[in-house]
Structure formats: structure tokens, C-alpha cells
Design a protein around this ligand. Structure first.
Ligand SMILES: [Zn+2]
Length: 271
């Protein structure tokens, strides 16, 4: 092969490498630009949150760890971390964010004896935080688990037939899919004690699968937790901005207690 041909091939190789680098950079720049534009859209809409009361319910806590991963991660620590970040986002936008817990504790009375009685009291009090404060939206943060270790991604649930819960669920699920770029799920109806007994739009956000080794690591990563919190926040912003739900009327506490008594003999289904 003559030196001229070798030179041409070398130049072509260099040219191709530069082209590949350019394509790679433009892909990431476009993606970053899109992400930035999307954030600006959400921030512009965020005034819809002003004076809205939003309950951020970090699932489990205290003696109840929730689901536990093979690597030792506990659901209760992930839900608290994401819940705190979510409440910060909401408060910065002018919403009144109420957390059901801010420490590693459950809501039951320390004097209450028995696991089932404590769990019942804990769930009843989480619901009461939302109903007593006439919340406009209730977001319960949980972590999923499955015997199938390949399962991954975030999933939003709402009470069967709940119109506003369904709308909030669709916005939050859509933002999670957009931000995480790893799930393409639809929000699903499920009958949980907390979504059944809260009198406002209520959703349970299962932020990922602790039973998936890779996702368990991600769920403990503060950057990933920020992404999750931001996606849920963006979904809440769009729910209020697009759907403009009416502000909650005071429900009083009687209904909660009554419902609770009616359900006493049933098994408390919780996420
Ligand atoms: Zn849970």
C-alpha cells in the first residue's frame, strides 16, 4: 500500500472519530437543552401550587422498615429521603407541604401494644394529617418489591374510580417516565387503606424496586433521589396547573374515624 493511501485512511479514521464525537456531544447537548427547557416549563407553571396544601407521606418508619433489599437498603430510609426533597421543592414553589414524618419513626402511640394495632393507628394518623388539614393532594412515597429481580421502574397507584387521584396519578407517572427515562408505565388503580380514606386526590408513588440490585443502589443515591423528588414535584405542578382542581372543603375528622371503625375487621391493605 502506498503512503498516500495510508494517509487518506488515517485522515478518514480521524474524520470519522471527530464526526462520532460531534454526534455524541450534540445528542447530549440536545438532551441537556431539552431537560433545561422542561424545567423552565415546570417552573413557569409552579405558581399553580401557591397556597395549596400538599401532604408528603414518607411510608413506614421506626420499627417498620418496609421492604428491604438484598444489599440491606430499607424502604423507610429511601421514602424519608425522597419525601424531604419533595417537600423542599413544593415549599419553594409556595405550597404548604406537610410531612407525616420527618424522622425515623412511625405515627403510632408508643403506649399502643401489638404490631397490628400499632400499624392501624399509624395509618389512621397518616390519613388524619391529610383530612384534618384539608389537604389538596396526598402523596404517599413507597418502594416496590417483587420476587422477579429483573423488575424495575417507578409506578403510581390511585384508588379505583377516584377521578382526581387518577388525574394526579397520570401527571406524576408521566413526569417520572420523562425524567427517569427508564419506565413507560401507566398509573394503576389499587385499593389501599390510605387512598381509600383520604378525602382529596391521593396517590401512592412506588419510586422503584428494591428487589432489583441495580435499582436498590440507585434508590440510595442522593442524585437519583433528587431526580425522583423533582419528577413527583413536576407532576404535582402539572396536576394543579392543567386540571385546576377545586380547593378542599373541610371534611372534619368524624368520617375518618367512622370509616376506620367500619374497616376494623378487614385486613389493612397497605403499600
Ligand atoms: Zn411501602
Amino acid at each position: 500500500m502506498s503512503s498516500v493511501i495510508i494517509k487518506t485512511i488515517r485522515i478518514r479514521k480521524r474524520y470519522l472519530a471527530a464526526l462520532a464525537l460531534l454526534a455524541f456531544l450534540s445528542f447530549y447537548l440536545t438532551r441537556a437543552q431539552n431537560d433545561r427547557a422542561e424545567r423552565q416549563v415546570v417552573e413557569a407553571m409552579s405558581q399553580a401550587l401557591a397556597s395549596r396544601v400538599i401532604v408528603v407521606d414518607s411510608g413506614h418508619g421506626g420499627v417498620d422498615p418496609g421492604v428491604v433489599g438484598k444489599g440491606g437498603a430499607q424502604e423507610k430510609e429511601i421514602t424519608l429521603a425522597v419525601g424531604k426533597l419533595l417537600a423542599d421543592n413544593l415549599a419553594q414553589a409556595g405550597a404548604m407541604a406537610l410531612m407525616t414524618r420527618e424522622t425515623d419513626s412511625d405515627l403510632s402511640d408508643p403506649a399502643t401494644a401489638g404490631v397490628t394495632a400499632k400499624k392501624r393507628e399509624d395509618l389512621e394518623r397518616r390519613v388524619a394529617v391529610a383530612n384534618d388539614n384539608r389537604a389538596d393532594l396526598y402523596i404517599s412515597v413507597h418502594v416496590n418489591s417483587s420476587p422477579d429481580a429483573s423488575r424495575s421502574g417507578a409506578q403510581v397507584y390511585y384508588q379505583p374510580g377516584a377521578i382526581h387521584g387518577g388525574k394526579a396519578g397520570r401527571h406524576i407517572q408521566s413526569e417520572l417516565s420523562k425524567v427517569l427515562k427508564s419506565t413507560d408505565r401507566q398509573p394503576t388503580e389499587v385499593d389501599y387503606y390510605i387512598t381509600r380514606n383520604t378525602s382529596m386526590a391521593a396517590v401512592v408513588v412506588e419510586v422503584g424496586y428494591i428487589s432489583n440490585g441495580a435499582e436498590e443502589k440507585l434508590l440510595l443515591d442522593p442524585n437519583y433521589q433528587s431526580k425522583l423528588a423533582w419528577a413527583i414535584y413536576a407532576g404535582a405542578v402539572k396536576y394543579f396547573a392543567v386540571e385546576n382542581p377545586p380547593a378542599q372543603k373541610p371534611p372534619g375528622n368524624e368520617r375518618v374515624i367512622q370509616t376506620f371503625k367500619e374497616m376494623e375487621k378487614q385486613i389493612l391493605k397497605e403499600p
